[in-house]
Design a protein around this ligand. Structure first.
Ligand code: PGA
Length: 249
């Protein structure tokens, strides 16, 4: 089964209203070139309405798992859906590192995204010390465990983003072979938990210093179904060059 490539940008805490409008103006004029490839942006939440009708899919960088309530600072998945969001990010390493996100809370956010009618991109990945200690696969397994425990089958449209923490914002990309090895392992985990159908359907994105120069080689790997891009998603030229690199992969 061919999985359509997903080119997603994580804008983190960057971009003003004017910068967002300028980005969209530059990207949407060329969006016809990218039919067959899905473009997706995760901006700061207040910018979300600006992406409506842009032709680019969009969603928040995190949602809560309840519809509403006394949860100051959180974003309701129902509100996100109302604003036209079709995706939400869950469990990004910066949420884990700076805001106490755990494997359990990341799984709850991802599954709530689907329960409220959107699709999640669930992030995971090992730290450098864990890789050096040969613990990468153990870490990935532990990061997925609450997700597999809570869901009986692969949610429709579910994606995972493998982002080795040592590659995020460092300029040090995983090699294509390292990405493929981790992705093949993750697809095997999905198969064990959710069966062969889930393993076929799940999209596995690579993230961590993706640039126009390395995107094609990464996306040519059998189990790399797209990318989650931080820094290089902020400029229209580099975001579009990465999208163009997915052609033929
Ligand atoms: P980077 O960020 O592309 O700037 O390394 C990736 C991410 O954090 O999703």
């Amino acid at each position: 089964m061919a999985r359509a490539k997903l080119i997603s940008g994580n804008w983190k805490m960057y971009k003003s209203v004017a910068e967002t409008k300028a980005f969209l103006a530059a990207v949407t004029v060329r969006s016809a070139e990218f039919r067959g490839t899905e473009l997706l942006i995760f901006p700061q939440a207040p910018l979300l309405p600006l992406l409506k009708d842009s032709g680019i899919a969009f969603g928040p960088q995190s949602v809560y798992w309840e519809e509403k309530g006394a949860f100051t600072g959180e974003i309701s998945p129902v509100l996100a859906r109302e604003l036209g969001c079709t995706y939400a990010l869950a469990g990004h390493s910066e949420r884990r590192q700076f805001f106490g996100e755990t494997n359990e809370s990341a799984a709850k956010r991802a599954l709530a995204t689907h329960a409220f009618g959107m699709k999640s991109v669930f992030c995971l990945g090992e730290m450098l010390a864990e890789r050096d200690a040969g613990r990468t696969f153990d870490v990935l397994k532990a990061q997925c465990a609450p997700l597999f425990a809570a869901a009986k089958s692969c949610p429709e449209g579910f994606s995972m983003a493998y982002e080795p923490v040592w590659a995020i914002g460092t300029g040090r990309t995983a090699t294509a072979a390292q990405a493929q090895e981790a992705h093949a392992f993750l697809r095997g985990l999905v198969k064990g938990a959710w069966g062969a159908d889930g393993a076929e359907r799940v999209r596995l994105l690579y993230g961590g210093s993706v640039k126009p120069e390395n995107a094609k080689e990464l996306m040519s790997q059998a189990d790399v179904d797209g990318v989650l891009v931080g820094g290089a998603s902020l400029e229209p030229a580099s975001f579009l060059a990465i999208a163009a690199a997915s052609k033929g992969c």
